[in-house]
Design a binder for this molecule. Structure first.
Ligand code: ZN
Length: 110
C-alpha cells in the first residue's frame, strides 16, 4: 500500500497517546519505506544531548525538542473542504491521479 499522505498535508492523530489524540498538525516529513510521518507539534520528544568540547570549552546544548515519527496508520488526512479527518480516495483523470476526500468527494490536490 502506497502512503497517501504527502508533505504539507494537515493530519489528525486518530490513535496513539491519549493526550495527543485528536490533535492536528502539518506533515513535515514522509518516510515511505517505514510508512511513518513526522508531524509538526505532534509526538514531540526531548533528546538530551551530551556535552561537547568546542574551542577548549565545554558546551552543554541541553535538551533538544524534536518531533518523532508516527505510523501512517495512526493519522488521518484532514480534508481542506469539510475539515474532517477522512480516508483518501484516488481519482484518475486524463492520466493524472488526484486525491479525493471519501466523505465529501472534494478534490484534495490542486
Ligand atoms: Zn471532505
Amino acid at each position: 500500500m502506497k502512503v497517501k499522505i504527502h508533505k504539507g498535508d494537515l493530519v489528525e492523530l486518530i490513535s496513539g497517546r491519549l493526550e495527543e489524540k485528536g490533535k492536528r498538525g502539518e506533515v513535515i516529513k514522509v518516510l515511505p519505506e517505514e510508512k511513518r510521518v513526522v508531524v509538526q507539534g505532534l509526538n514531540v520528544r526531548t533528546k538530551h544531548q551530551r556535552q561537547v568540547q568546542s574551542q577548549g570549552r565545554t558546551v552543554n546544548p541541553g535538551k533538544v525538542r524534536f518531533e518523532a515519527s508516527i505510523p501512517v496508520s495512526n493519522v488521518m488526512l484532514v480534508c481542506p473542504k469539510c475539515n474532517k479527518p477522512t480516508r483518501v480516495g484516488l481519482r484518475r483523470e486524463d492520466g493524472k491521479v488526484t486525491r479525493i476526500c471519501k466523505q465529501c468527494e472534494a478534490q484534495i490536490d490542486e
